[in-house]
Design a protein around this ligand. Structure first.
Ligand code: AMP
Length: 222
């Protein structure tokens, strides 16, 4: 099973993705995490991408697509992928079709976690992310309790620089301008499933699993 998880920044898709990859046994590929990993390793790609990320803009398609193509071709994707934050433009959606065709597969479903904009700004200002496993928490709505991977006691939590209010607003503008056509496209080809993302983490998790149960596709074996 190969899934795409779409949602505006702050929609909670990272929280859902972490749960889904463990429940469904899929390889979670988050484009933002890949960029942050490159940046921490000080690769040329990471340094170039960080200029765009710092101002809430999308990294140009050729850079993003090349990075994803390389990641999707690795053997751990054979058990199925959960793409998180990719594709965000039509060019990327078309490139993804080609990548999957090369593997003899195609995307089975696209889950869009939909949240009103007003709620997104409030959520992101309270977001804390684990530097080690990238799992997101929220100071109020989803405070750190235990590490879902059993590795730490919350000492690696930090606030991302691009979660500052001004950058958040820029990221939302970018999302509506560039990713809305991608959502429309997946709707037109009947792959889109919209999950209401405004409830608690558990509500959204239930709604997401309901959608996945209704999908008429095989569960992954690995
Ligand atoms: P995220 O962690 O998904 O919120 O992504 C953080 C930042 O990484 C975004 O604001 C973009 O600058 C960049 N980024 C992540 N995914 C993509 C993508 N598919 N296309 C272009 N830029 C991306």
């Amino acid at each position: 099973m190969d899934l795409v998880l779409l949602g505006a920044p702050g929609s909670g898709k990272g929280t859902q993705a972490d749960y889904l990859q463990r429940t469904l046994g899929l390889t979670h590929i988050a484009s933002g995490d890949l960029f942050r990993d490159h940046f921490q390793r000080k690769t040329e790609l990471g340094l170039r991408a960080s200029e765009y990320m710092a101002r809430g803009a999308l990294v140009p398609d050729p850079i993003t697509i090349a990075m994803l193509r390389e990641r999707v071709s690795q053997p751990d994707t054979l058990k199925g992928v959960l793409l998180d934050g990719f594709p965000r433009t039509m060019e990327q959606a078309i490139a993804l079709n080609e990548m999957m065709a090369t593997l003899g597969r195609q995307i089975d479903a696209v889950l869009y976690v939909e949240v009103p904009d007003e709620e997104l700004v409030e959520r992101l200002s309270g977001r804390l992310v684990c530097r080690e496993c990238q799992v997101p928490f929220h100071r109020i709505a989803n405070p750190f309790d235990t590490c879902p991977h059993g590795r730490c006691t919350g000492e690696h939590l930090y606030q991302r620089a691009d979660d500052a209010p001004e950058t958040v607003r820029a990221r939302l503008v970018t999302f509506h301008r560039q990713t809305a056509p991608v959502i429309d496209y997946y709707g037109l080809i009947n792959l889109l499933f919209t999950v209401p993302g405004h409830g608690s983490v558990d509500d959204v998790r239930r709604a997401t699993l309901d959608v996945i149960r209704r999908l008429d596709i095989d569960k992954p074996s690995g």
